[in-house]
Design a protein around this ligand. Structure first.
Ligand SMILES: [Zn+2]
Length: 310
């Protein structure tokens, strides 16, 4: 399958996904004179998307006709990680550029005669991955490819489809886009809430029936990349009040996961009371995987130009 860039344009790089007992085998095809000429950007894009899905890189190795002919063992074909890293590597904690550079650079020496110079660093390679947190969306291949509607076929699609109306393919584009966004929201919501009938709000910790809770984007959805939109960590579960207070920037979550009041907007004593009831409490959705999104939200609120309230 061909890889699409974050803006949805096709990259000249192809890959495939195969499920095995050990995990998901993500294979990137080799670069040739006239094929897969975007091998490097393709690899980085795949790694970014795997990171957004909170994947664990269990192993990575060359997987070429030549290495098979040479009868090299898995150990001999294994690709190196950046200094200081080892398998299994949780991609959430990895620098994708450094990782891609190490994976490609280490291809040069594999299966080469001693003393040979140079060596191809854009060869067919396989990354063995598994889900570190939430299960991977299925099928995984279109999600990694960046197919725009792939999120709709992801987790819970089967039971969701039962209640979902068919997409009006002849309808206006806006309808399609809105429906796609709504389905994506439903998918994220399901990933966070599962089959629970009630759950606590990630900000105020009060419990509500799930239909009173929202999958609230920590990083504004309109500013998310395609991969981020499908990242279960991009949303938290918020009650209606907390969703509004977070969205308006009256509340932020600081770098150690504590809820803080910004006092950036005009308030009344009643609004102040809502804000103060939450300030100083820990945010239940704060983790290593969400901290980047909370930091984005903080930075956005720190900018002077506030949208006028309606
Ligand atoms: Zn709340």
């Amino acid at each position: 399958m061909q890889i699409l860039s974050v803006v949805g344009s096709p990259l000249d790089a192809t890959f495939s996904v195969r499920s095995s007992e050990a995990g998901e085998e993500v294979t990137l095809e080799s670069r040739g004179p006239r094929r897969n000429t975007r091998y490097g950007p393709g690899l980085r894009t795949l790694l970014e998307r795997l990171r957004a899905l909170d994947a664990m890189l269990l192993d990575a190795y060359l997987d070429t006709r030549q290495t098979r002919r040479q009868g090299l063992t898995l150990d001999e074909r294994r690709l190196s990680l950046p200094a200081g890293s080892s398998y299994p590597l949780r991609l959430a904690a990895a620098d994708v550029d450094a990782l891609a550079a190490a994976l490609t650079a280490s291809q040069a020496g594999i299966g080469q005669a001693a003393g040979a110079r140079g060596g191809n660093v854009t060869r067919r390679m396989t990354m063995l991955v598994s889900a570190a947190g939430q299960p991977f969306p299925r099928p995984l291949e279109p999600v990694l490819a960046g197919e725009p509607l792939s999120g709709l076929l992801a987790p819970g699609a089967a039971d969701e489809a039962a209640g979902a109306q068919p997409l009006p393919l002849d309808g206006p584009l806006e309808t399609l886009v809105t429906r796609a966004a709504r389905r994506e929201q439903q998918m994220l919501r399901r990933q966070r809430l599962g089959s629970a009938t009630d759950a606590p709000c990630d900000l105020c910790a009060r419990a509500f029936p799930v239909h009173h809770l929202r999958a609230a984007h920590i990083k504004k959805r309109s500013l998310c990349t395609a991969a981020e939109k499908l990242d279960p960590n991009v949303v938290m579960i918020a009650c209606i009040e907390c969703d509004a207070l977070f969205e308006s920037g009256d509340l932020i979550v600081d770098a150690d996961g504590t809820i803080r009041a910004t006092h950036r907007n005009p308030a009344t004593p009643d609004l102040e009371a809502l804000i103060n009831a939450r300030a100083g409490k820990p945010c239940r959705a704060f983790s290593q995987s969400t901290s980047g999104y909370f930091s984005f939200h903080r930075d956005l609120q720190a900018q002077p130009a506030a949208e006028p309230a309606l």
